[in-house]
Ligand binder design. Structure first.
Ligand SMILES: [Zn+2]
Length: 171
């Protein structure tokens, strides 16, 4: 969580040059401390417990479910060389990260929910930012190696149509 920018520059060179992101990496605790003080001032201990501590614990456990539960339970539409799965419950808790087999099959895609019923709130948010011009250079399915016709086919991407793209990742 508290990485030095030299390490981060290797993985996210664009963010490592951005002054705000460098600042927030160094002082990541300041916004939550400020919010905690504000909540405590507004509603005392109950506001602090619900607004900071419970929310953080739920968020952490939901995040960790992605690399635990979605490597145990769920569907595997793509034959990746790992044990990743798509788990709808984890996907709902994590706004789409639970479509983890899709992610392992197409690790560079910003979109994890491939079928219309694979609800992916993160992708909808990215798409909305793209529509209003606030997000550019999004690595989508096409850039991840998927053909637009395959994506557009009824809004669905079928595992059969993607057989040639099956890959394995290690995260
Ligand atoms: Zn994984």
């Amino acid at each position: 969580m508290h990485h030095d920018t030299t390490t981060l520059a290797h993985y996210v060179p664009d963010l490592a040059k951005d002054k705000f992101h460098v600042w927030i990496t160094k002082y990541h605790y300041l916004p939550i401390v400020a919010l905690g003080l504000l909540l405590f001032a507004l509603g005392g201990l109950p506001f602090l417990l619900w607004g900071i501590f419970l929310r953080t614990v739920v968020g952490l456990h939901a995040t960790w479910l992605v690399n635990s539960a979605t490597h145990i339970w769920g569907a595997r539409p793509f034959s990746t060389r790992d044990d990743s799965t798509n788990n709808w419950f984890v996907a709902l808790l994590t706004f789409g990260e639970g479509w983890h087999n899709n992610h392992h099959a197409h690790p560079t895609s910003a979109r994890h929910g491939l079928k219309w019923y694979e609800i992916d709130m993160n992708w909808y948010g990215i798409w909305a930012l793209k529509v209003v011009g606030l997000a550019t250079q999004i690595t989508g399915l096409r850039a991840a190696g998927l053909d637009r016709k395959e994506i557009a086919a009824g809004g669905l991407v079928t595992p059969d149509s993607l057989r040639h793209l099956r890959t394995a990742t290690g995260d």
